[in-house]
Design a protein around this ligand. Sequence first.
Ligand SMILES: *Cc1c(COP(=O)(O)O)cnc(C)c1O
Length: 367
Amino acid sequence: MIRSTPRIEALPATTPFIGPEALARRAGIVDDSLLRLGANESSFGASPMVYEALTRELPRLAFYGDPELYVLREALGAALGCSRNEIVVASGIDDLLGLFIRAYVGDGGVALATSGTYPTFFYHLNAYGARCETVEYSGTRPDLDGLAAALNKHRPALLYLANPDNPGGGFHGRVALECLLDTVPAETLVLLDEAYAEFAPEHDLLPLQMRPNLVRLRTFSKAYGLAGMRIGYAIADMPVIATLEKIRQHFGVTRPAAVAALAALQDSAFVDSVVVEVDRGREEYYRMATELGLSTYPSFTNFVLFECSNVKRATALVQEMLALGVFIRKPGPGPLASCIRITVGTAAERVRLGSALVQCRKHGLPS
Ligand SMILES: *Cc1c(COP(=O)(O)O)cnc(C)c1O
């Protein structure tokens, strides 16, 4: 019998996410009518400039992309006000999380994160044989004081912090973050996952100021509407970027993904319009929840957490919504397990969502 390494053999046969395709198959939905509001994909698509650029690129699909992603890194550097040598591009933040864990934590190493935050981080930690110390949420936000105390106690190789957070949706402003960063031991690398940065108040984002042990993770998957393209990047001090360059898969970012990202970057008006529409949709969700007798938590992302008061009710609601052709999710075990998480859809999608939720309530869910 062929055996994998003991480390891999010991892993449970799980993936962090069951995709909407699998859920639709289970629910017997064979067309593409499933309303996808469970994975924080953008309902607003990408800039028209992206589609034009991709169309122009199609005849060149036989070519590999530029392994240095030079043009894209130049454009990102210009947009962000840093050097292209302070940027590494990869197949999304998910890819980068694995690379950073491999490079900086490794087998037997220790990381620190909020219990119940973005599951892919823990998924990679397990696969690389690293251990994780955790701190509980404070409400729906990571507990920065708790993390600071745990940093001091455990001296982890890596701290993971999603800001704005998923699934909590909460946000910490720059003053609070700077305070935390000032207490981080020099030997701890901080991974600041800013997948939802575009939806947060711009003036309150941490300024782009390099620290030797700080990494900012950004993506084209959310506000830019390119989740299917798989492209994201990290901004960090040059030695950190150079380390990632040693292990990155050099053709892992596809040629069309790089072209799409470059075009998306040039249409900031489009992203601004998405952010405005998501703001409006979030407000509508808050009102919708009130009408349904549910509470919500303030969100700085493209999704809203609805409080269902208990895990059973939240689980039942997710199932019932799927039976009605609507894909939503609930956070995994932990303090947010009694919530459901719903991505902000277009105005038309919000109408469909609202009537599905009303229908669920008629069935006594939630009571
Ligand atoms: C969606 C999400 C990601 C995934 O980003 P990709 O660039 O698509 O891999 C990473 N982190 C958080 C917190 C997310 O919500």
